[in-house]
Design a binder for this molecule. Structure first.
Ligand code: ADP
Ligand code: MG
Length: 239
């Protein structure tokens, strides 16, 4: 009952912080591209990371994913152990069937059952035993999404995962992702250079400009409606 009373208040209780990035600096060949990025994401929160090409989005994502070994820099990153990364290309193994791509690295009948469930969630239950190359780009991304889901991640890191898809498929994938995220409640960091996509998906928009966070606001409430964002587009994005 106490929970109900708290929920009835004006603000929902804050969930715990899933991702904490502090003073993140990264350099390539001595050239500093991240100058001290601070970012927090709460469990269940969907954050879109927006910025121009070359602004440092992928560098931040790779650092959080732990995929930037050997890159020079400093800072502190706290992340959940169970995380999953989606790239622009699905990165499926062409010599393995769809279901074997989904269960990759997992073992036992339980893994297969989970994989079938995940493939069902992305509406590919009828394509479990085919080769990836027989699937369309959108279907391949759905397999990649299923591969993420079976690992039941607390954090999904996505680097422009839908930008190579045609407009209709992209919208379908956005709906599917939103639906899955609502049900499973991971924290999400979704990199995109597409303002509309960011506003459609995210609870919060963070903009990176030349290696620093230049903007960080909720979009899920009255503070920043799409219309207001449009009014302030030049101020926010610089174009
Ligand atoms: P975004 O994803 O926003 O387009 P990136 O994070 O990929 O930007 O890149 C930020 C900057 O860092 C760019 O100037 C890019 O050229 C540089 N950069 C990224 N990765 C490397 C790398 N492996 N080697 C050298 N420079 C890199
Ligand atoms: Mg990038």
């Amino acid at each position: 009952m106490a929970v109900v009373a708290r929920m009835a208040g004006s603000a929902a209780p804050k969930r715990e912080v899933a991702v904490r990035v502090e003073r993140l600096v990264r350099r390539f060949h001595g050239n500093e591209v991240l100058h001290g990025v601070d970012l927090q994401i709460r469990q269940g929160e969907f954050v879109a990371l927006l910025g121009k090409s070359g602004s440092g989005k992928s560098t931040i994502l790779r650092a959080i994913a732990g995929l930037d070994e050997g890159v020079e820099g400093s800072g502190r990153i706290t992340v959940p152990d169970r995380r999953s990364v989606l790239f622009q290309d699905s990165r499926l193994l062409p010599w393995k069937s769809v279901i074997d791509n989904v269960t990759l690295g997992l073992e036992g009948p339980q893994a297969r059952a989970e994989a079938l469930k995940a493939l069902d969630e992305v509406e590919l239950q009828h394509r479990t035993d085919v080769w990836p190359k027989t699937l369309s780009g959108g279907e391949q991304q759905r397999v990649a999404l299923a591969r993420s889901l079976v690992r039941n991640p607390d954090l999904i890191l996505a680097d422009e995962p839908f930008s190579a898809l045609d407009a209709l498929t992209r919208i379908r994938m956005q709906r599917l992702l939103l639906d899955l995220v609502k049900r499973r409640q991971p924290a999400v960091l979704f990199v995109t250079h597409d303002v509309e996509e960011a506003l459609r998906l995210a609870d919060r928009v963070v903009i990176i400009t030349d290696g620093v966070v230049s903007y960080d606001e909720q979009v899920g409430d009255a503070r920043l409606s799409p219309v207001r964002f449009d009014e302030r587009r030049t101020e926010i994005l610089g174009h």
